[in-house]
Write a protein that binds this ligand. Structure first.
Ligand code: NDP
Length: 249
């Protein structure tokens, strides 16, 4: 369908070497975009890229130099940049009183500051291309909280607000910015959470109206929508993809 066609567009997906990032990247490739994946793990990244016909460039998104080099690598490889998916993320599962400043900064740098740095570096290329799409990955924790989410929920609330700022600042450049709020998706991140937090699996299934964990593939459709012309009048939104989790009181 032409409304969702991404032929001729170039997308960069951070944390694209697995989990939700790879699920979204597959969707973008299927819609016709050229895709560059990124992550720190080169072996995992190259295998993931090969599996979907994408390129891979290693980067640690907590490094400002790596962020600048990553944007430059995408433009050098494909000649332009239209779609930036800020997906790289991590969690530190501790209550506020137990979290160290170092742990706080690591989560903030990975989940929030990276989006700021990558957006800044991508901006001139999107302007040059005549517009662009920023897709930030928030969480149901952009809205909700739990005792062990001190830094994580703060970073995910922050990225939703940052997305709204981008939407207001860059509308003049035909750049739309939106934030996806995934519910509980079965990935390495949440497998670790299930191992650490007693009763999490049962609690997620009980609260999610769809009564299942999401799969990375469940994020492909929203990524294509937000990357395509179909969403040209959608900006500054936080869109849950959560099987109804946020809707339940
Ligand atoms: P994964 O742990 O499977 O993936 C995380 C990705 O981020 C990996 O590709 C990892 O690659 C990358 N990454 C982590 N730290 C860095 C870093 N410093 N520099 C570069 N890349 C980094 O988790 P998910 O797929 O579950 O998570 C993806 C996003 O979705 C995150 O932002 C997460 O907060 C969010 N999310 C996930 C939910 C879920 O239920 N799974 C729910 C709501 C939001 P590498 O290790 O190679 O660097």
């Amino acid at each position: 369908m032409r409304l969702f066609d991404l032929s001729g567009k170039v997308a960069l997906v951070t944390g694209g070497n697995g989990g939700i990032g790879l699920g979204m990247a597959k969707g973008l490739r299927e819609a016709g975009a050229e895709v560059m994946l990124s992550g720190r793990d080169r072996n995992k990244g190259e295998a993931a890229a090969k599996s979907i016909g994408a390129a891979f460039h290693p980067a640690d998104v907590t490094s400002e130099a790596d962020c600048a080099a990553l944007i430059a690598a995408a433009v050098a490889r494909f000649g332009r940049l239209d779609i930036l998916v800020n997906n790289a993320g991590m969690a530190a599962r501790k209550p506020p009183e137990a979290l160290s400043a170092e742990e706080w900064h690591k989560v903030m740098d990975t989940n929030l500051t990276s989006a700021f740095l990558l957006c800044k570096a991508a901006y001139p290329h999107m302007v040059k291309a005549g517009g662009g799409k920023v897709i930030n990955i928030g969480s149901v924790a952009s809205w909700l909280a739990a005792p062990h989410m001190a830094a994580y929920a703060a970073s995910k609330g922050g990225i939703l607000q940052y997305t709204k700022v981008l939407a207001t600042a860059w509308a003049k450049d035909n750049i739309q910015a939106n934030c996806i709020l995934p519910g509980w998706i079965d990935t390495d991140l949440t497998r670790a959470a299930r191992a650490q937090v007693a009763g999490l699996n049962e609690a997620v299934l009980a609260r999610t109206p769809a009564a299942r964990w999401g799969e990375p593939r469940d994020l492909a459709g929203i990524a294509v929508f937000l990357a395509s012309a179909a969403s040209d009048f959608v900006t500054g939104a936080g869109i849950p993809v959560d099987g109804g989790y946020l809707a339940r009181a």
